[in-house]
Ligand binder design. Structure first.
Ligand code: F6P
Length: 378
C-alpha cells in the first residue's frame, strides 16, 4: 500500500526572527483586538520582533496588503470590538475564485500566498481564526509556512480548546436579550422566541438559555419534537405561567426535518447562511399551544461591541502565548485553554472535528434539571 510522503520543510531558527505577521480570518468576534495587543506587545517587549499586521485575513496575503503594528499603538485596544486589521470569511485560498481568459474558476492560490509572505519579509505568521482559518493555516504549514494559530469564534465549536474567546461575550449578549424578553413576555402573556447564532453547534443557545432561564432550549445536537415542546408549554400554563421563552440555535432543526437557511449552501461546497428556524418554530408552537408569539433574531449584535472582561483576558493571554510559541519554534501549533492554563495543540488535531454539545452531557442535564425542555423526543 502506498503511504503518503511527508515533506520536511526547513523552518526558521527562532533566534533569527526579525519580523512576525498577524492576521485575523473568518467572521469577527469580540476580543480579536485584544489578541493583537497581546501578540504585538509580547513580540516587541520580550523578543524584540517587529510585527506586520495583514489586512483582511488571507485576502491581504494575496496582494501583499499589510502595515507595521507598534506596541505603542496597542494602547487601550483590548476593549475595542471587531478587528483593526479587517477580516474576510469568503474565499478560501485552497479553492479561490479567479478570473482567467474571461472565465471564473476555483484555483489553489496558496503558492502565491507562500511567495508573498516571503516578499513581505514575514518570518513567521500568526493566524487568528475559527475552524476555516485553522484549516487554511494547516494547509500553509504543510506547504512550509512557519505558522501558529489562535482560536477564535463566538460559536465555541473549535475542538482541543475548552473555550474560544468571543463566546463569553456572545453568551452575555444573548442572556441580556433573554432578560429583556422575559419582562415583556410576562406582561403580554406571550410566547417569545429568540434565535441565536452558533452555526452547527448549540453552545450559545444552551449557556444563554441556562443563564437567562429560558423555558425551552433548542440546539442542533438534539433534533426537537414539537409535541414535546408544546406539552412543556401547556404544563407551564397549568402551573399559572402564562408566558414562555424559547431560545433556539440557528442550526437547530426538528426531528426528521432539516436546517433552515437564509441562503442555501452552494453546489460547489460554498457554505450556506443559516437563519429562519426561529420564525418556523414560533409559527408551529404558537398554533399548537394557542399562544400569541413574537420572534427576535439576535444576529450580528452577538458579534459586535466590547468584549467581556473574561474574553479580554483570555484573548490577551492567547496573543501573548502565540508569540511565546514562535519563540520556542513550535510551529504548526495553536494556543488553547485547558482548565485554567494556556497550552497548545497541533492545529491538525484542532480541525479534525467540531466540538459539539453532548446531548447527555452535564450542561444539558443541568438545563433539564432546572426545568427547561430541550425538545428531546420521548
Ligand atoms: O461563525 C460565526 C458566525 O457568527 C456564526 O454563528 C454565523 O452562522 C455566521 O458566523 C454568520 O456569518 P456572516 O457574518 O457571514 O453572516
Amino acid at each position: 500500500m502506498a503511504t503518503k510522503k511527508t515533506v520536511k520543510h526547513k523552518m526558521p531558527d527562532p533566534k533569527k526572527i526579525k519580523t512576525v505577521g498577524i492576521l485575523t480570518g473568518g467572521g469577527d468576534c469580540p476580543g480579536l483586538n485584544a489578541v493583537i495587543k497581546g501578540f504585538v506587545r509580547n513580540a516587541a517587549y520580550s523578543y524584540g520582533w517587529k510585527t506586520t499586521g495583514i489586512e483582511d485575513g488571507f485576502d491581504g496575503l494575496l496582494d501583499c496588503r499589510g502595515h507595521k503594528l507598534t506596541p505603542k499603538e496597542m494602547s487601550g485596544l483590548q476593549l475595542k470590538g471587531g478587528t483593526i486589521l479587517g477580516t474576510s470569511n469568503r474565499g478560501n485560498p485552497l479553492s479561490y475564485p479567479v478570473k482567467e481568459n474571461g472565465r471564473i474558476y476555483n484555483k489553489d492560490v496558496t503558492p502565491q500566498i507562500v511567495a508573498n509572505i516571503k516578499k513581505m519579509g514575514i518570518d513567521v505568521l500568526a493566524a487568528v481564526g475559527g475552524d476555516g482559518t485553522m484549516k487554511i493555516a494547516q494547509a500553509l504549514f504543510e506547504k512550509g509556512v512557519p505558522i501558529v494559530g489562535v482560536p477564535k469564534t463566538i460559536d465555541n465549536d473549535l475542538d482541543v480548546t475548552d473555550v474560544t474567546f468571543g463566546f463569553n461575550s456572545a453568551v452575555t449578549i444573548a442572556t441580556d436579550a433573554l432578560d429583556r424578553l422575559h419582562t415583556t413576555a410576562e406582561s403580554h402573556h406571550r410566547l417569545l422566541v429568540l434565535e441565536v447564532m452558533g452555526r452547527d453547534c448549540g453552545w450559545i443557545a444552551l449557556e444563554a438559555g441556562i443563564a437567562g432561564g429560558a423555558d425551552v432550549i433548542l440546539m442542533p445536537e438534539i433534533p426537537f419534537d414539537l409535541n414535546v415542546i408544546c406539552d412543556h408549554i401547556q404544563a407551564r400554563k397549568k402551573r399559572g405561567k402564562r408566558f414562555s421563552i424559547v431560545i433556539i440555535a440557528e442550526g437547530a432543526y426538528p426531528q426528521g426535518g432539516r436546517k433552515v437557511y437564509e441562503k442555501e449552501p452552494g453546489a460547489d461546497g460554498t457554505p450556506g447562511r443559516l437563519g429562519g428556524i426561529g420564525r418556523w418554530v414560533a409559527e408551529k408552537i404558537g398554533m399548537l399551544a394557542k399562544m400569541e408569539t413574537r420572534v427576535t433574531v439576535l444576529g450580528h449584535i452577538q458579534r459586535g461591541g466590547t468584549p467581556t472582561t473574561y474574553d479580554r483576558i483570555l484573548a490577551m493571554r492567547f496573543g501573548v502565548e502565540a508569540a511565546n510559541l514562535i519563540a520556542r519554534g513550535e510551529y504548526g501549533r495553536m494556543v488553547c485553554l485547558k482548565g485554567r492554563k494556556i497550552k497548545s495543540a497541533n492545529i491538525k488535531a484542532a480541525v479534525k472535528k467540531l466540538k459539539r454539545v453532548d446531548p447527555n452531557g452535564q450542561m444539558v442535564k443541568t438545563a433539564e434539571a432546572l426545568g427547561a425542555s430541550v425538545g428531546r423526543p420521548e
